[in-house]
Ligand binder design. Structure first.
Ligand code: FMN
Length: 379
């Protein structure tokens, strides 16, 4: 998920360093945007080194890129920690007087703020009114912790620990606490020690589904069959090659399984244990492989999505995919045409027991689209 992390000028700003580390370790893409005052409490060098991105707070630099709009629109989530009393007031009043507030006002992303300040500032009715205004607008305000403040005094107003902030910020996500198992790529059935029967699947659709599920808060396990595309961070990955290895790797529980891998329908009855010599005719005996997803749903209480690849499209594809829905006993089928193989985009027929819907777009967009339709079935 692309997270815009705002840091404002409170004493707890130093804790933001740990926050960046935790978010990045969880696989998120973090863009850090401190206020000018925050840089009195934590160094720009630290923030740039930890986030891996340069910081430029001047609204009027790189004007052609309209950076405040770009920053706001590119964020999937905005988190401001620590949030000062001044920041809460300016956000409640819609005052766009720095890059952070401009980016926030230019964004439709969900916003989470973690206020931190002295107890008197927190309990001041101006601050409390601002908090109520923000909450009424759907902004999630994390209750400050009670404890030691800047000096020797203590009370409510302390910034919660970074681990708690990460948990709070990501807990509003629809797949939080759900285990999602995704298969991707194409299996290879050995003919001999070097040759195999394979298919043209690259695994891109499964990888995009894994990213989308992770960004919606799921704990994702990706079973990658001969996938050469980069594996997304924050996703547990099991590498497999053949149908048998895939079946073994699928021996685990989950809440949602998405079978996006192109699984061979046949395997060689007796693969050679040594490299076959050229120069003579060869007949291979093929045996059918198991329908892994049908077997999985028969033995697990799980929400399931399978993919159906066909040379057909339109009504014929809907007909084929609907038949597979019933044959396999899955909840949803994503029907797609062979032209999607290796492409960044796809045109799909999404089949549920209630009917079908068509969609086109990039594989990333379609992954989110598919999961949004599956999520209600999980709750
Ligand atoms: C040592 C020191 C610590 C401060 N700590 C806080 C704090 O924890 N919370 C807060 O709301 N303001 C705090 N302030 C005041 C803010 O820095 C001040 O309101 C500033 O204008 C906030 O700017 P910003 O919201 O644009 O980052 C502190 C000021 C100083 C000098």
């Amino acid at each position: 998920m692309r997270i815009l992390l705002g840091i404002t000028g409170g004493i707890a700003a130093y804790k933001a360093a740990n926050l960046i580390r935790l978010l990045k370790e969880a696989g998120h893409d973090v863009t850090v945007l401190p206020t000018k005052n925050a840089l009195n409490f934590i160094g720009e060098t630290t923030l740039e080194a930890l986030s891996g991105k340069n910081i430029d707070l001047d609204m009027y630099h790189d004007v052609a890129d309209v950076r405040h709009v770009e920053l706001g629109q590119q964020a999937d989530l905005i988190l401001v920690a620590p949030a000062t009393a001044s920041f809460l007031a300016r956000l409640a009043g819609g005052v766009a007087d720095d890059l952070l507030l401009n980016a926030i006002l230019a964004s439709r992303a969900p916003i989470v703020v973690a206020p931190a300040m002295h107890t008197e500032m927190w309990q001041n009715s101006a601050t409390q009114d601002n908090v109520s205004t923000l909450q009424a607008r759907g902004i999630r305000v994390m209750e400050p912790a009670v404890g030691r403040l800047t000096g020797s005094d203590s009370g409510p107003g302390r910034m919660p620990e970074p681990e708690e902030i990460v948990e709070f910020a990501l807990s509003g996500l629809p797949l939080q606490g759900k285990r999602v198992l995704i298969t991707a790529g194409g299996t290879r059935e050995p003919i001999d020690t070097v040759r195999f029967i394979g298919n043209a699947s690259t695994g891109r659709m499964g990888i995009e589904l894994a990213k989308a599920a992770r960004d919606l808060g799921a704990t994702v396990t990706l079973i990658a069959a001969n996938v050469e595309t980069a594996i997304p961070a924050g996703v547990e990955t099991i590498r497999v090659s053949s149908v048998d290895e895939l079946e073994l790797a699928m021996d685990r529980d989950c809440d949602l399984i998405v079978m996006a891998a192109a699984v061979s329908d046949f395997k060689v009855a007796k693969p050679s244990t040594e490299k076959l010599k050229r120069g003579h005719a060869l007949t291979l005996e093929l045996t059918p492989t198991k329908d892994l997803i049908a077997g999985y749903v028969a033995n697990h209480k799980v929400v399931s999505v399978a993919f159906a690849l066909s040379d057909s499209n339109g009504e014929k594809l809907v007909e084929i995919a609907t038949q597979k829905l019933w044959d396999k006993g899955v909840d949803f089928i994503v029907g797609n045409s062979v032209i999607a193989l290796g492409s960044d985009s796809n045109a799909i027929e999404f089949i549920s027991r209630d009917g079908s819907e068509s969609a086109t777009g990039s594989k990333a967009e379609l992954s989110r689209w598919i999961l949004e339709r599956v999520i209600p079935k999980l709750s």
